[in-house]
Design a protein around this ligand. Structure first.
Ligand SMILES: C[S@@+](CC[C@H](N)C(=O)[O-])C[C@H]1O[C@@H](n2cnc3c(N)ncnc32)[C@H](O)[C@@H]1O
Length: 190
């Protein structure tokens, strides 16, 4: 009963998963596997990509590797500890840069990125519409935005809600991976 109450509270009060709770995001991820994210995002050598809410970098390193030395991966997170953790892990790649900021107000010019992704993050943001609008703004037209969600997460964003919110800011669905327990959706910026 207490667990249910806590889950309801978390759902109604979007907030960032604290760094002290990072063991949750260091465990193997169901649904939003590295393989699925790589498949949906399809990173290419030389591209500039953005990850919002990297946490401790579960997906970041695999993507950074695909971009090569001429590519660049920017990480945006509200928690400096998450950024420090992930950029330290990715130091050898030499193409990963962190910025502490909020997904609702990104410090990047329009059309800065070829693509962006966020996994198990959107439901933690107090204003999902603002975050999606910012993604649509900073990703160039024709670029992709990949959103991963896991149903077990108390901040789970329902697929139908995502697609409706995304459509309103100019992100249209290209395809969806995953089954009943969650999804990795690839959206296209128009
Ligand atoms: C549950 S963790 C997911 C980490 C990682 N994406 C993964 O799949 O392992 C959520 C991450 O989003 C970040 N976050 C939450 N709210 C945010 C916001 N409003 N703007 C930017 N980052 C945010 C948190 O600090 C945390 O690093």
């Amino acid at each position: 009963m207490a667990a249910l109450g806590a889950a309801v509270w978390w759902r109604r009060n979007p907030s960032a998963c604290p760094y002290s709770q990072r063991f949750w995001i260091e465990a193997p991820h169901p649904v939003v596997t590295r393989q699925r994210v790589l498949e949906a995002l399809a990173p290419r050598v030389g591209e500039r990509l953005l990850e919002v809410g990297p946490g401790t970098g579960y997906h970041s390193l695999a993507v950074a590797e695909r971009l090569g030395p001429d590519g660049r991966l920017d990480l945006l997170d509200v928690q400096q500890e998450m950024l420090d953790h992930t950029t330290a892990r990715a130091a050898a790649a030499g193409n990963v840069f962190g910025v502490r900021a909020d997904a609702r107000e990104m410090p990047f010019p329009d059309d800065s990125f070829d693509g962006a992704w966020l996994c198990v993050v959107l439901g933690e943001v107090p204003d999902q519409d603002a975050a999606l609008a910012e993604l649509a703004r900073v990703v160039r037209p024709g670029g992709r935005v990949v959103v991963g969600e896991v149903m077990l997460d108390p901040h789970y964003v329902r697929y139908g809600d995502l697609i409706e919110r995304a459509r309103r800011v100019g992100l249209e669905l290209e395809h969806r991976l995953g089954g009943r327990l969650g999804y990795v959706a690839r959206l296209r910026a128009i």
